[in-house]
Design a protein around this ligand. Structure first.
Ligand code: ZN
Length: 135
């Protein structure tokens, strides 16, 4: 049986800086140069004040589990060895929420409000995925 690979990110122009930073194990988000807020997913204008003065800046990588679900079913054959696994909405200290996985914790120990920090999982194709682990 042929081995099935996990899908790799296919960045859009707006998200390219996010994935390029991740390859170097840095979590970067768009930040407004007028109101200083961060946001995610990336967009060309600030969703808080509609400014077009946007830069990318590194964030702490610290946050907490806002919500989560445990996947017990294999939806893609490449994830067969991973089930059960946690898919979580992570609220970063800087405010934005990211959808990611929480690794390094048993699914039964997952809790909302759990403090987490970013870790990076290098993919065979060269991308790196920001994931989170208990802080
Ligand atoms: Zn702004």
């Amino acid at each position: 049986m042929a081995e099935v690979s996990k899908p790799e990110p296919r960045p859009a122009p707006e998200s390219m800086p996010y994935w390029e930073a991740a390859k170097q194990h840095r979590l970067e988000l768009p930040q407004c140069e007028d109101c200083s807020q961060h946001w995610f997913p990336p967009s060309r204008t600030c969703p808080h004040c509609l400014s077009a003065n946007v830069k990318w800046s590194q964030v702490s990588g610290r946050g907490k589990v806002f919500s989560f679900v445990i996947f017990d079913r294999v939806y893609h054959p490449a994830f067969e060895q991973d089930v059960p696994y946690a898919v979580a909405l992570i609220e970063l200290e800087e405010g934005p929420r990211l959808l990611s996985n929480v690794v390094g914790v048993a699914p039964t120990d997952m809790r909302c409000e759990m403090k987490v920090r970013v870790v990076f999982e290098d993919m065979p194709g060269g991308a790196s995925l920001p994931k989170f682990t208990p802080a």
